[in-house]
Design a protein around this ligand. Structure first.
Ligand code: FAD
Length: 390
């Protein structure tokens, strides 16, 4: 990628400002030095190292867009995208922890939190509190607004009952942006967002999933049994949770695009290196045109995915409508990640199929890009709707 720092007009999308280069290089160095040595063990055990999460906070990666007055970095959304890409190049689980915190949870507080909620929660989110975003349930995934978790107002508290499924970060999180309905008969207009703290009575983190990929990222069920949530913890307006969910996920998708871009890059870099080392027929396999073309194709697709992800992020920061571009970036980056990581295994030959080499993990980690924060079919539906004006 060209590194030249140019004036701030009509720049190529991949040009970064001096601040962005510095930020990206810091994250890259951290990922190489601190994260990479722990990746294999965390994947095997299915547990993310808590010390690393503390380091994410110390590096300012958990409150990138939180204003300095609340202890955050006062950064831009684009920086969050760079962080997710760089971390995911080494480990997609690290990428998603930072992604959910910034693009979903902090984002929800920043856009819909009132002054008191911001004062109470943002300093924690920036310094030591991991967050999670709880929308999905067993019966409501793509059809998210069919959720069944109920919230009933009793005095000064809402009483929540129901179960959430697939919630990323839930083992590590102390704070949950959680969606429930105050009136099931009102359909999506009953959906309301609540801020739930882990130690609220009636709240339990349930079974942890044993997954194919992003194994170190925790994915758990949440159980709400007469869970008391103060009325003051309604985020935004009662009945407007659907809007919060739609709009946070629109931004979150660019983050998943960045995660998949990082995954593809990580696998591609390994494949390029290996192709130059591995000898068959008396020469490095990179000497064969068949391998060269595969590597060229992978690089081209990664570049296209990067342009889409960066463009969507820059559009978001510029205040330009970006929903279609975000859906396209997520859809395409997930597809690229799957193709590139699969080819990386093939370039490694039999070795790539074993856990002694790093590429099979990238392939396992790539699969989730097509599923969470809206499946590929749901991205296609969004894009089609916007293209066709329906
Ligand atoms: C590892 C992991 C982490 C997750 N993290 C979170 C989280 O932090 N918070 C959270 O709230 N959720 C989370 N999820 C849930 C995730 O967002 C859902 O799994 C996803 O939205 C798909 O829902 P579903 O699994 O119920 O699949 P379904 O909705 O049942 O879809 C099954 C299939 O049907 C297709 N389909 C469904 N409807 C249509 C349609 N109208 N047109 C065409 N095709 C359709 C889908 O594309 C898919 O191929 C996570 C999931 C996983 C696996």
């Amino acid at each position: 990628m060209p590194e030249t720092v140019l004036a701030a007009t009509a720049l190529p999308l991949t040009n970064l400002s001096e601040d962005e280069i510095l930020f990206r290089d810091n994250v890259r160095q951290f990922a190489e030095e601190k994260l990479r040595p722990l990746v294999k063990e965390m994947d095997e055990k299915g547990i993310f190292d808590r010390g690393l999460i503390q380091e994410f906070f110390q590096l300012g990666l958990m409150g990138i867009e939180i204003p300095e007055q609340y202890g955050g970095s006062s950064g831009r959304f684009f920086e969050a995208i760079l962080a997710v890409e760089e971390l995911s190049r080494v480990d997609a689980s690290a990428g998603v922890i930072v992604d959910v915190q910034n693009t979903l949870v902090n984002n929800a507080f920043l856009r819909w939190g009132n002054d008191e909620q911001k004062r109470r929660y943002l300093p924690r989110m920036a310094s030591d509190t991991c967050g999670a975003y709880a929308l999905s349930e067993a019966g409501s995934g793509s059809d998210a607004f069919a959720l069944q978790t109920k919230a009933e107002l009793k005095g000064s508290d809402y009483v929540l009952n129901g179960r959430k499924l697939w919630i990323t970060n839930s083992k590590e999180a102390n704070l949950f942006v959680l969606f429930a309905t105050v009136d099931a008969s009102a359909g999506y207009k009953g959906i309301t967002a609540f801020v739930v703290e882990k130690d609220f009575p009636g709240f339990t983190v349930g079974k942890k999933e044993d997954k194919l990929g992003i194994r170190a990222s925790s994915t758990c069920e949440l159980i709400l049994e007469d869970c008391k949530v103060p009325r003051a913890n309604v985020l935004g307006e009662v009945g407007k949770g659907y809007k919060i969910a739609i709009e946070t996920l629109n931004e979150g998708r660019i983050g998943i695009g960045a995660q998949m871009l990082g995954v593809a890059r990580g696998a591609w870099e390994y494949a390029c290196k290996y192709a130059q080392e591995r000898k068959q027929f008396g020469k490095a396999i990179a000497e064969f045109q068949g391998i060269q073309f595969q590597i060229a194709q992978m690089g081209t697709e990664i570049e296209a995915a990067r342009l889409m992800v960066y463009n969507a992020a820059r559009m978001k920061d510029a205040g330009i409508p970006f929903v279609k571009e975000a859906a396209m970036a997520k859809l395409f980056s997930s597809q690229v990640a799957e193709r590139v990581t699969s080819l990386a295994i093939e370039i490694y030959g039999g070795y790539g199929f074993t856990k002694d080499y790093p590429v099979e993990k990238y392939w396992r980690d790539a699969k989730i890009g097509n599923i969470y924060e809206g499946t590929s079919n749901m991205q296609l539906a969004t894009i089609a709707k916007l293209v066709l004006g329906k």
